[in-house]
Structure formats: structure tokens, C-alpha cells
Design a protein around this ligand. Sequence first.
Ligand SMILES: Cc1ncc(COP(=O)(O)O)c(C=O)c1O
Length: 474
Amino acid sequence: MDVFETAYRRATTYRSRAASLKVRPERSYLEMRETFAAPLPETGTPDHMVIEELADLGEPGLMQATHPRFFGWVIGGSAPVAVAADWLVSAWGQNAAMQESSPAAAAVEETAAGWLLEILDLPRTSAVGFVSGATVGSFTCLAAARGALLQRYGWDVEALGLYGAPEVQVFVGDDIHTSVLSALRYLGFGAQRLIRVETDQQGRMLADDLDRKCAAVTGAKLIIAQAGQINTGAFDPYLAIADIARRNDAWLHVDGAFGLWARADTELRHLTRGVEMADSWAVDGHKWLQVPFDSGYAIVRNAQTLQNAMTISASYLPVQQPGARVPALLVPELSRRARGVPTWAMLKSRGRSGIIRMIRQHCEIARQIAHDMDATPGIEVMNDVVLNQIILRFGHDHHGPDLRKAYAVAVIDRLVREGLIFVAGGAWRGEWIMRISVICDNTTLMDANTATNAIRSAWTQVSAMQASIGSEAR
Ligand SMILES: Cc1ncc(COP(=O)(O)O)c(C=O)c1O
């Protein structure tokens, strides 16, 4: 089994070096295309040599997403214990579709599902489907929502599809994550038929507007809230939203890809008050739980609605026992890897207290970065830092949005080239901003200091350059 040893050696060497590398890929995508471009081999290569070559070729094009100073997008750190468990998943070669195809995988998932409901403090009898991420998590939950809502109007969407079905009115906040819009499109709700609900400066849905818009239409209603806005980390007002959902007999879904993890921590849980009243929740494992890709959870209060949406049967598949947890009835796929295993390993390794410690530390680091950045002339923290997300604007009011965008782009570009930290940009309220997401497992306050010093220094250089261009022009 030389090949496993080769993979083990290359993986451990890479991970032990990762923190000393520049926090960006050494080579670009175009360079990597050239690296990998090759005709289909006519003859084979010994396994261990394939792995050696793969690592040699691939490593220069790796994003250092496990680096403690990786603050890009919203990406977890693939913790070693969860990666090791994932290796076992692949080596075991289990198909996690059924209890019969892998008793171990089915049982691990069942325990992990229970642990997730406990740590996220969601209704304990909810069904948990182990999916590939929050996008598919929302898709899966919303398929259950679609069936359940239409059933209330006497329509069996699983049998009849959407041809001639009663309309479902879908309400989303203006600052909903784009993946939810994709999930809605996949389910036949379209991207333009949604009813958009106004949001405040932090991206939180305005409950009054939702209430008004719900009252203005009749029929089946689906409300989608979120926990952790992608830029600000903000939380919707769930108590008010849940009350509106109840009064309108609506299904309430929550996209909590990373933000729902705030529920794990008693100090942060107040941010999510009322979220437990929803009907379904999409959450990621590969973000704040630090499980490697692909890991997400589709959690549905009424298990039967999820099973109705995900039903799959054939003579060659084992007969389902009533009341039994059949993994394939909780997710869109039949054959799949045993995704519950790394989740089980992560929760086992850290325990509730370890997860809380990590989340609390990330939020403390985010507050520290925000504090330091706000004290820097010309840099403005644009959000209330309630969680792990920070968004920065560069430049003053008199500069105008175009010049401020040029500043932000130049600062980000400089930082990425320098490679001490990794950050990326995005648009928020008419501004181009720098997004900082503190979510990598082993980020410390020292990393936060390095980050703030690097950002300050890049900003000083960019603004000085602009000042000299300005004076030359005069
Ligand atoms: C709020 C939110 N929802 C959904 C998603 C999509 O998650 P995934 O990429 O795991 O499908 C993300 C990803 O960043 C997110 O931040």
C-alpha cells in the first residue's frame, strides 16, 4: 500500500509547511492549466508515482485556505482530525445511501445528526440530511417546503410536478445569499418571481416590510431568512419573522451556512433568538465546523416532508422499515460518500467546549481587527461586527465611490501579492469593500495583529501613491 503512504507523506508535509507559505497560490490558474495539460495517457503509471506527480504538479497552484491568516470569502480550515476521518471514508469505500450498504456509515450519521441538533440547539426530532454544502442544503430543505406547502393546497407536487400547481409566494430579504436564489431556481420558483423584502444597513430583513408584503398576497407562502449575512454577519429578526410566518401559515427556512453556529455559544446565542421556530435550516460543516469539503446539513423539522421530497425506491433497493432513518431519503443523491464521518470526528475531537472556544475566539479576533482598522485614518469599518465578518471601506467621503473602489482594489491586490494575509473584495451598499472573514480554525490574535499591520501598511502605500499622482497632475 505504497500509494497510501505516499499520499500520507505528501499531505502531512504540505500541511506542516502550509503556515510558512505565502497566503496565496504561487501559480495562477493559467499557469496551472499549462502544468496539467497533457494528452490522455495510453499506458499507466505506478500508483505511488501518480500521487507523487499529482502533489508535485498541484501544490504550486493551491490556495492556502488552511493558513491561519487566510481571511478570504467564508472558508473553513479543514481540521486535521476531520481530514483524517475523511481519508478513512475514502479508503473504506462505503456507499452511504442505505443502512444495508454501510451499517457503520448510517449509524455514524445518525449519531452525528443528533449531536448537530444538540449543539445547534434545534428541535431534536428534526431530520438531518448530510449534503455537500449550504447551497444543496437550502435546495434540499426548500424541496421539502415546496411539497409541504402545496400539499396544504391539495396539490401533490411529487406526483404532478408544477404543471398547473397553485402558486407559492416566495419572500426573500434583499441581501439574501445568492446560493438561495440558485436553489429556488432549481426548484422551479424562478429568479424574478420572488418577493423582495427590504433590509436595513446591516442586511437584516425588515419585519414590517415582510408583514406588509405577506398581507398583500394570498396562497402558499415561503419565507427565507438568513443567519449570518455573507458580508456583515448580521442576523435577521427571527422572533418577528417566525410570528409572521405563523400568522400566514408560511414555511420558514433559514440559510445559516456559517452564522447558525453562533447557536453553539451561549454568549452568542441571543443573536439567533427565535431561529429555532423555523421549519428548516441549511448549515455548513465545511465552514465554521472546519470539516473538509464537501460538508453541509439540510435540517428539516418535519422529517416526513423531507422524505416525501427525497423519496427514491426500486425493487433492488432494500425495503424501508417504517420509522427507520434511511440516509438516501434525506438528500438528493442515492450513492454518496459517508459525509457524516468527518462531522462525527470533529465533534468528538473538540467536544462542545472546543467548538465554543473556537467560535468565541474567532469573534474576539474579528472585534480586535475591526477596532484596529477603525482607528486607522481613511479606513472605515462598514458593518457592526457582531460575529466573524468585517467589511472595510478605503478612502474618505470626499473621494467618491469610484476612487474608493480603486483604493480597495489596489490595497487588496497589494496584500495578495505580498502574501502575508489573504483577503478578497465585494460590493456592499454602493461601495467596493474588503471582506475579512475570521473562520480558519487556528487563527490567533497574533495573526490579527499581523493582518491589521499589513492592511495599514498597504493602505499607507496606496494612499501615498494616489497623493503623489494627484500632486503631479496638479
Ligand atoms: C450565507 C451563505 N449561504 C450559503 C452559502 C453557500 O454555501 P456553500 O458554498 O457551502 O454551498 C454561503 C457560502 O459562503 C454563505 O455564506
